[in-house]
Design a protein around this ligand. Sequence first.
Ligand SMILES: Cc1cc2nc3c(=O)[nH]c(=O)nc-3n(C[C@H](O)[C@H](O)[C@H](O)COP(=O)(O)O)c2cc1C
Length: 357
Amino acid sequence: MLQLYKYVRPAVFKIDPEAAHGMTIKALKTGALRPCSVVSSPILEQEIFCLKFPNPVGMSAGFDKNAEVIAPALKLGFGSTEVGTVTPKPQGGNPRPRIFRDPKSGSVINRMGFPNGGLRVFKPNIEKFINSTNKPNGVVGINIGMNKDQSDPAADYCALISELAPLADYLTVNISSPNTAGLRDLQQKDALADLIGKMMEAREEACPDSPPALLIKLAPDLDEKQQQEIAETLLSAKVDGVILSNTTLDRPEFLPEKFRGEKGGLSGVPVREKSTNIIRNFYNLTGGKLPIIGVGGISNASHAYEKIRAGASLVQLYTGMIYEGPAIANNINKGLIELLERDGFASITDAIGADNK
Ligand SMILES: Cc1cc2nc3c(=O)[nH]c(=O)nc-3n(C[C@H](O)[C@H](O)[C@H](O)COP(=O)(O)O)c2cc1C
């Protein structure tokens, strides 16, 4: 049934992108969107951050901002889902329209600005999932961000860690969305080291016995010097992993003029190569010691495989699902099994960074 998306897509694309997203969330909640079966194979399984990932394909942050459809997303065949970005207080985000599609280039521009229900909506939703029976196999990451009106970012990140660390398989610190003023400045090395130090303390206090992994999500628009400084900072601060990457501020010439003129972060096909390049750089800069989740422009198994071979241990996607539909995780996993077998890898772990060796 999920493979029928190509027939439904023209109708979906007539609807405003944010309304279409709302309908997708509703369809997942009501069970209207369900796969026949989930693709699984030992060749795709990995243990990373002491967590068992049944396959490497995750749903990226921003799709399920309020943690409403964790189980349905995993049932689509994703091995993990990263919910959020959640901020401590609820906020409405930027004025609509704030999501724009360009189907011809397979891209999206968004300037959402973290609309979400805040902790008071997000936390009960996560607890409901954790306490549910018959949970699907898979890992749940929580992506955290600061409120728009917060002048002390560490206060928001630490408050979220105190509340959510006990409920998270892993935590992602989003300092790379282009739609919150000042957020990307937290990637500057001194600001980053200071923020990580405070967050590590908050995590230790919240979960002294079994702290969830702490990951940092970065922009693809960092120059080589910034990449080197950040890689050093992440290693010396002993964060557990890095997500590469968020959306880009680039506006390639080939995009239609009106679309290019929209403010916000660009995702999908045009960010793919940039994101793969930064994955390769970080893999080399960290000597392959820091697990990387690769995201940006993945819409098929070859794209996912390219990122894994460049150094990503896991991958995520969002825009690809808008264009390819809800069968995308299953389709990628099927294709990955074939590619791994074709190249003689006994396990996906053996393929990580293979192009750099
Ligand atoms: C509509 C939309 C909303 C997003 N919201 C978030 C968000 O809240 N937090 C975040 O870390 N990334 C967010 N992202 C970025 C994605 O998680 C991802 O990093 C980026 O889109 C690149 O991957 P893709 O090309 O597969 O979409 C959003 C992306 C889109 C398209």
